[in-house]
Design a protein around this ligand. Structure first.
Ligand SMILES: Cc1cc2nc3c(=O)[nH]c(=O)nc-3n(C[C@H](O)[C@H](O)[C@H](O)COP(=O)(O)OP(=O)(O)OC[C@H]3O[C@@H](n4cnc5c(N)ncnc54)[C@H](O)[C@@H]3O)c2cc1C
Length: 232
């Protein structure tokens, strides 16, 4: 059920590249599907504006969710910057239809993201694996520099436990000149995407999504098997 509720900021982690991970209280009856988002209320001149943020934790974590937010020069970003642990924040949700499709269940699945676009996959991939998904899961996540890589520990642990899961970090400006996956995520689809019967889920800003869609179509993935969430 969608509702508006008051949450408490339980923890804030500041990461490289102006990214913050917020751990937020949610009541017991807050039930969501992996891939969905919440909107946060942003106070602005006596009004409340809303901004959506994907939930970066799998369902079933009792009493909290996490958000992973890139701080840009904007309204919500400037508000999030001011938050401290213990502050109250108004949430609205769960919302969104970017969830794992029933019709993908018997296929290999590729997830592609850039930057904080990885966020819904931090919820979807562990959730799928916990629920016994047996086909291949391939995550291709793009960042600028090595230090911008998000959720390396979490996905590395998952890869150790689940032989049907693999992930690849693609860096557009790696500091290490010998870095093996240098470029943009769309440049690596041909290398990592299975040759047939796979669905693709993409999340991030429009230019990346459009490039990945175009490349996926050229690799023979039908348009109705390409699912995406645009952040802008
Ligand atoms: C369904 C949905 C889920 C989203 N989930 C997330 C999430 O999990 N994490 C997250 O960081 N953002 C997410 N976003 C984007 C987020 O809602 C805001 O648009 C973003 O935080 C900028 O808001 P703002 O008010 O700070 O900036 P605004 O005042 O709205 O705009 C400032 C500028 O920032 C640009 N911009 C927006 N997002 C980004 C970005 N990620 N990187 C660089 N530039 C950007 C805009 O194009 C605009 O030019 C999501 C968007 C949607 C629609």
């Amino acid at each position: 059920m969608i509702s508006v509720f008051s949450s408490e900021v339980l923890e804030i982690k500041n990461l490289e590249g102006n990214v913050k991970i917020l751990k937020l209280f949610v009541p017991e009856n807050f039930v969501f599907k992996a891939g969905q988002y919440v909107s946060i209320s942003v106070p602005f001149h006596g009004k409340k504006l809303r901004r959506p943020y994907s939930i970066a934790s799998p369902p079933g974590k009792n009493g909290f969710i996490e958000l992973c937010i890139k701080i840009v020069d904007g309204l919500a970003s400037n508000y999030v910057k001011t938050l401290s642990e213990g502050d109250e924040i108004e949430l609205f949700g769960p919302l969104g239809k970017f969830v794992f499709e029933e019709s993908s269940k018997n296929k290999d699945v590729v997830f592609v993201s850039a930057g904080t676009g990885v966020t819904p996959f931090v919820s979807m991939i562990p959730n799928l694996l916990e629920n016994g998904f047996k086909n291949k899961i391939i995550l291709i996540k793009g960042f600028r520099y090595e230090e911008n890589i998000l959720y390396d520990k979490e996905f590395s642990e998952l890869r150790k436990k689940c032989s049907n899961f693999e992930f690849h970090d693609v860096l557009s400006r790696p500091k290490n000149p010998a870095y093996k996956n240098k470029g943009y995520v769309q440049d690596f689809l041909e290398k990592f995407v299975p040759k047939e019967n796979c669905d693709i889920y993409i999340c991030g800003l429009s230019p990346m999504i459009n490039s990945v869609k175009e490349k996926s179509l050229s690799l023979g993935i039908p348009e109705n098997r390409i699912f995406f969430e645009k952040y802008d």
